[in-house]
Design a protein around this ligand. Sequence first.
Ligand SMILES: Nc1nc2c(c(=O)[nH]1)N[C@H]1C(S)=C(S)[C@@H](COP(=O)(O)OP(=O)(O)OC[C@H]3O[C@@H](n4cnc5c(=O)[nH]c(N)nc54)[C@H](O)[C@@H]3O)O[C@H]1N2
Ligand SMILES: Nc1nc2c(c(=O)[nH]1)N[C@H]1C(S)=C(S)[C@@H](COP(=O)(O)OP(=O)(O)OC[C@H]3O[C@@H](n4cnc5c(=O)[nH]c(N)nc54)[C@H](O)[C@@H]3O)O[C@H]1N2
Ligand code: SF4
Ligand SMILES: [Mo]
Length: 758
Amino acid sequence: MDLTRRELLKLFGTATAGLAMGGLSACDIPLWVRDDAIPVDSWHKSVCRFCGSGCGVQVGLREGRVVNVEGDQAAWNRGRLCIKGLLNREILYVRDRALHPMIRSQGRLVRASWDDAMAAAADGFQRAIEEEGPDSVAYYGSGQLFTQESYTANKLFKAGIGTNNVDGNPRLCMASAAAGYTSVFGADEPSGCYEDIEHATLFFIIGANMAECHPVIWERVMDRVRTNPGTRIIAVDPRRTPTTRHADQHLQLRAGTDVALLNALCHELIRTELIDREFVEDYISFRRGAPDSAPLAYEDFVAFLDDYAPERVAELCGLGVEEIREVAQWFGTAEAVMSFWTMGLNQQSHGTAANRMMMALHLISGQIGRPGATPFSLTGQPNAGGGVRDAGALSHTLPAGRVVANPEHRAEMEEAWGVPPGSIAPEPGYHAIALFEAMLTGDVRAALVMCTNPAHSLPNADRYRPGMDRTFLVVADAIYPSHTAEHADVFLPAAMWTEKEGVFSQSERRYHLVEKLVEPPGEARSDLDILVDFADRLGHGDLIVNRTPETIWDEWRRISAGTYYDFSGITYERLRREPGLIWPCPDEDHPGTCRRYVPGEDPLAGMSGRADFYGRPDGRALVFLSDQLPFRENTDEEYPWILNTGRRLEHWHTSTITGLVPQLAEIETDYLEIHPTDARRIGVERDDPVHVVSRRGTVTLRARPSDRVRPATVFAPFHSIDRLVNVATIEETDPISFEPEYKRCAVRVERAPAGAMS
Ligand SMILES: Nc1nc2c(c(=O)[nH]1)N[C@H]1C(S)=C(S)[C@@H](COP(=O)(O)OP(=O)(O)OC[C@H]3O[C@@H](n4cnc5c(=O)[nH]c(N)nc54)[C@H](O)[C@@H]3O)O[C@H]1N2
Ligand SMILES: Nc1nc2c(c(=O)[nH]1)N[C@H]1C(S)=C(S)[C@@H](COP(=O)(O)OP(=O)(O)OC[C@H]3O[C@@H](n4cnc5c(=O)[nH]c(N)nc54)[C@H](O)[C@@H]3O)O[C@H]1N2
Ligand code: SF4
Ligand SMILES: [Mo]
């Protein structure tokens, strides 16, 4: 299954004799530095198209085309890239780039002019708005759009059209992290930065497969471990992965029991007096439920944790009492702990609670605000942070930490956007799952889907297809066809990556610029151009006063001034010059802030003490008493196993892009990791077809007997276009963040007839 270095080189063929790789010694994931064999005319600074690590790249052009990409030595990644980063050079030129607008006519999408397509799109929206009001339309966006694009869509829908039905794929991804940070610190986004890696003595990695999903950050962790031998890694994941392989201690817990485990670790830290009492007294308050609920005392927290003593939860978690105790001991005695987590925590029905507990673990042990000590949630997409979380492009949020439900926040944004008081509706709109439910019922009649492929990526995906058919759907995508385009009434071809210009933000709050370097293919246009045109046609042209990436950035920069998200010092001119800047950055001479909330380091914090959690009225962070919730879907005789889903290194999500890159197309996505004893029990061997059956649907995959998974659990990546794993996953969500539980549902696995995969 794992590609070896030799296999990868073979994929690149003889043309890549000059391919240089690094970083293989400790980690088995190849890192690509550059391909010297390809001549270029000029090099240009940019950012990788793919993950939220946000690697800086240099893009090599020849005759108006991107021909080579290498890691930017001046950026945080110091010249390193993973295989997807290197293959940025291929992505603009894949087969199936969308070239022309299309309109559905007699059941088929047929080529149309831009003018006709945009007129049809506006007409469909206008009709729904006139007949059923603004809440009958919606925008479903993406953490892969530029900030200027998400910001403009948000403004158009919330302040122009007057609906808060603005959501997107970050709901499927970072919503639990955002809810966690916002409730604990009163402001979103991690407080630390990548540089903390060089100071940490313990890495606590939970629900994240960094070696495959954030490979270049992972390599920096490996560097730290290699150069500082005492540094240890704890990994918490129900699966064995290329990440857990390097852990000094791997807690292979039962899926979905993280809150119980994290509570047990807190219990153990308190029992062994490894907490920071002074920090607890000076900087923490305790709550149960909402942030504005009645304050509780430290003693309440201690009493609450009684139920979570290691000996009480070990069985539930499928772990040994001593393992839990040892991990707590390591955590409590380490000089500096840096924790990383991603979807293994966020995509759970207790995702927000798990995020809060990760922050609690750091807060009670004082592992925050010092170099190397930080609870750091990794962002998945290249701009879910800046474009969607910071810019408030979710159904309940407004820019720079404001929320729809707060009348003062609405008034501030109405003033900033120059619209009459009352323009922004007072109720949050539909979150992602509710939005697609509303398409099923007909409550949402028209929707714009931009830079995301929900018919593939939503949980219980087939459930939502009839709703997408029923809805007047406008789809803007760089690739055609796709599962979502099948439901489009109007299809708009989009420019991508360096065919357009805008700002991305990476996991460490670093904003950086992607400049336009080449022309888009065919008639494709940037998403920003599409949005501006759409606004004009809907009669909201006056609202979109700024219409270029640079002027929109300046507008958004001004709106951020004086907020907890202040990046007003990050000018375009600086972005052009520097490999990104980390906010807060309140003036043009400010170098950016690595560690937030730290007096003397964060310009927004007070000047004394160990921390100033200024997002909260009293400057104290909150520790929540969070119970382990019951599972949403239990196993039973009919569905006895747990299905876990996720990613592999070489592919990106719905593989519309990576599936077309020749070097990656052969790397398979349609397999099921199944424990060897389970495979024997149902009589299947490697490559035999199996049906994975849930209460919602069946997907047929190739069996991969492997002890990577625990018995009675199976794992499949969700990349395959032909074999949609999401027909089986469950649409249940976390009660606070409304993020779906992709990581856990009940299934049975059956041997399928030979030929079932053909
Ligand atoms: N190669 C590649 N990299 C990517 C992406 C990609 O598509 N391909 N996508 C990007 C995006 S948008 C995202 S969100 C990130 C996702 O990055 P990750 O979250 O690291 O990736 P996943 O594979 O979704 O899940 C991570 C791990 O969670 C574990 N897990 C499952 N259930 C549980 C549980 O109950 N508890 C715990 N503790 N762990 C559990 C899984 O076994 C899996 O190993 O990756 C980003 N990077
Ligand atoms: N089973 C399962 N399902 C999951 C997850 C999981 O772990 N398990 N993870 C969830 C998570 S964390 C995420 S982030 C989502 C991702 O789910 P999606 O967002 O649906 O997946 P992508 O393939 O990234 O979709 C991006 C689309 O935008 C197109 N595109 C690329 N660049 C551009 C551009 O510049 N403009 C436009 N208009 N289009 C462009 C691509 O061709 C592609 O169709 O999946 C979620 N679904
Ligand atoms: S780690 Fe992420 S940002 Fe860096 S090269 Fe790989 S995909 Fe791109
Ligand atoms: Mo994601």
